[in-house]
Design a protein around this ligand. Structure first.
Ligand code: CP
Length: 302
């Protein structure tokens, strides 16, 4: 693995290898809190779009591995404002760092970055396209909290059109046996047909607008991505369409996940029921990103 750009580029064995390494990283976090696998190495975090979890968990992961971090979160303070191209920015920063994590509003920006970089590039989210490190931490959460990925029954609810986390995760789940996926969204926010075509035939899929979460192991809620709508009036038509409450969950044996941030799609009273795992899920971002940084760096120096 040279770069981590799309879940389409990764096989089942590589995923399982990353999840095993993540378990070792979680044990290190629990025992000592840090290690020196990437001592003296530098991660550049280039965030052309806002982020809380992805950027800060990458930075935490790099520091827990003994490394250092450079980067930016506000392009108005960079030479992007003078018209510097993404390719040129990457050529320069790959001379300053050992690994690059980039979030960008344009689909394909991470791939373009990898083509211009001397060091491994990690896609930390490109537009509505892909968010592979979120997918790996989601799979890790499923493994830890449900106990199995194979034969998983999962319902995705909300914005399946613009939500990049569900695109990546559906593609990854299609590599595992016996997985069943319910796609629950309004018509306007259905999963893109190209993602469906990618996974159809490999996985049992159903699409619906009404929430039906009987017989699922995981409920994966998503935020309606206001920032991706071309016409904000279209957003207001679907805003608040789904709102998960304690009553929906009852005594169901289910794990509730959400990539976060949440707006109004999960009542805050759900946070305190045992089925809610979304804050634990966000914590798992640290060991999983430690594993990704370590494995990519090791591969880059082989
Ligand atoms: N889940 C996720 O990508 O969160 P951030 O946008 O805060 O990084």
């Amino acid at each position: 693995m040279r770069h981590l750009i799309s879940m389409r580029d990764i096989g089942r064995e590589e995923i399982l290898n990353i999840l095993d390494e993540s378990e070792r990283m979680e044990a290190i976090l629990n025992e000592k809190g840090h290690c020196d696998f990437l001592n003296g190495r530098i991660l550049a975090t280039l965030f052309y779009e806002p982020s809380t979890r992805t950027r800060l968990s990458f930075e935490t992961a790099m520091k827990r591995l003994g490394g250092n971090v450079i980067g930016f979160t506000d392009i108005s303070n960079t030479s992007v404002t003078k018209g510097e191209s993404l390719a040129d920015t990457i050529k320069v920063i790959s001379g300053y760092s050992d690994l690059i994590a980039i979030r960008h509003p344009s689909e394909g920006a991470a791939r373009l970055s990898s083509e211009n970089s001397k060091v491994p590039v990690i896609n930390a989210g490109d537009g509505s396209n892909q968010h592979p490190t979120q997918t790996l931490l989601d799979l890790y959460t499923i493994k830890r909290e449900v106990g199995h990925i194979e034969n998983l029954k999962i319902a995705f609810i909300g914005d399946l059109k613009y939500g990049r986390t569900v695109h990546s995760l559906c593609q990854a789940l299609s590599l595992f046996k016996g997985v069943e996926i319910k796609l629950i969204s309004p018509d306007e926010l259905k999963m893109p047909r190209e993602v469906i075509e990618d996974i159809a035939g490999k996985i049992k899929l159903s699409e619906m607008a009404d929430v039906d979460i009987d017989d699922v192991d995981v409920v994966y809620m998503t935020r309606i991505q206001k920032e991706r709508f071309v016409d904000v009036n279209e957003y207001y038509k679907v805003k608040g369409i789904y709102r998960l409450s304690k009553e929906h969950i009852g005594e169901k044996n289910v794990v509730i996940m959400h990539p976060l941030p949440r707006v109004d799609e999960i009542d805050s009273e759900v946070d305190n029921i045992p089925q809610a795992r979304y804050f634990k899920q966000s914590f798992y971002g640290v060991p999983v990103r430690m594993a990704i940084l370590k494995l990519l760096f090791e591969d880059s120096v082989k």
